[in-house]
Design a protein around this ligand. Structure first.
Ligand code: FES
Ligand code: FE2
Length: 354
């Protein structure tokens, strides 16, 4: 691998909360407050009597009781220790000292696509619409894992493992050497392309999707850094005619750090078919499709959890031709807090990659 990549400028370094990111599946927030951890911060989410979701620092400013242990009263959350209460905007009142000025940190919260999204107050970005022409929703999936965020990202940026780790959407292991791949650095992330022979699928998937063993399995991945997420486009083509097979998939996956050795991913999955018949068939089979997508992503998570890498291991990776995105990502995140490593801290920005 050769070439120089530009680390993000300091002005491009962003707080993980500066932009909207998925934080919780909506159905997990009922009448009780919910505690989450994101990038090491403890946050309480609660649903007010107006139906809206509010988000505050989970630690009460008084004596640091967890507000998530308290209860919701109207559009306020009440601390269970001394009864101080807080609005969704963080304005507080101490019943024992009514004139006292009390406030706590609040976040903007919004629900869309079945998920609660969070960001710090004052952001200007929009929650994505996921309005993909011709695509239908297949699944919303959530996977937490016990591993650092960067190990998850490393796995999600290369497809060499699909021949070994995955049983459906991946390359034929005996023809892995035929796979072509390219990686391009963009202003705000990385674009990755793969093209190689598809492995054999089970009969029911071959029959319904039209995808055959040896088809060209083509995947485009657009990895963005703020927030860290990737849009994966999967398609299959007849190797002779180059015509599209019957189904395409699109996954939008957001990656969060929970704390340094725990991460999570939210997956929004969509499918598109070559005609109304197949489109309706897969709409009927949506649960089967969701099951299979979940199975593949669970395989990723289990693999990453089993790695148990030390910093020393990471410093001595022997990168192969499929690993350029990892290398580039590490380069780009040199000054970026969401996925930096101790090794990044030691590197000088702007030096050539291998
Ligand atoms: S710790 Fe919350 S009111 Fe005292
Ligand atoms: Fe994978």
């Amino acid at each position: 691998m050769t070439g120089t990549v530009r680390p993000l400028r300091r002005s491009e370094v962003r707080d993980p909360f500066a932009v909207w990111r998925p934080a919780l599946l909506s159905h997990k927030l009922k009448t009780k407050p919910a505690e989450i951890k994101l990038f090491g911060r403890e946050i309480v989410l609660f649903r007010g009597s107006d139906g809206r979701v509010y988000a505050l620092n989970n630690r009460c400013p008084h004596r640091k009781m967890r507000l998530s242990q308290g209860h919701v009263d109207g559009c306020q959350i009440v601390c269970p220790y001394h009864g101080w209460r807080f609005s969704g905007e963080g304005a507080g009142v101490s019943p024992g000292t009514p004139g006292m000025k009390v406030s706590t940190e609040s976040y903007e919260a919004s629900e869309r696509h079945g998920v609660v999204w969070l960001r710090e107050s004052g952001g200007t970005d929009e929650i994505p619409s996921f309005d993909f022409p011709g695509y239908r929703h297949a699944a919303l999936l959530y996977h937490p894992l016990h591993a650092p965020l960067r190990h998850l990202l490393d796995n999600m940026m290369e497809l060499e493992h699909t021949a070994s780790v995955h049983s459906l959407f991946g390359f034929d292991v005996s023809r892995l050497h035929e796979v072509t791949t390219s990686t391009t650095q963009k202003e705000d992330g990385i674009h990755i392309f793969y093209d190689g022979p598809q492995r054999k699928l089970p009969l029911y998937l071959r029959a319904t999707s039209g995808i055959r063993e040896g088809d060209r399995f083509i995947q485009y991945a657009d990895v963005k850094l703020a927030p860290i997420h990737a849009v994966y486009d999967l398609q299959w083509r007849d190797p002779k005619q180059n015509s599209l097979r019957g189904m395409e998939l699109k996954f939008v996956i957001y990656f969060n750090e929970i704390e340094p050795d725990r991460a999570e991913q939210f997956t929004f999955a969509y499918f598109r078919c070559d005609g109304p018949l197949r489109q309706n068939l897969f709409t009927l089979l949506r649960k089967v499709l969701a099951f299979n997508i979940n199975r593949e992503l669970t395989a990723d998570v289990k693999l990453v959890e089993s790695l148990h890498l030390t910093q020393q291991h990471e410093n001595s990776y022997l990168f192969g031709r499929f690993d350029k995105p990892l290398h580039m990502m590490r380069r780009m995140t040199t000054q970026f807090p969401e996925a930096r490593t101790e090794a990044d801290d030691k590197e000088q920005p702007g030096v050539n990659s291998r």
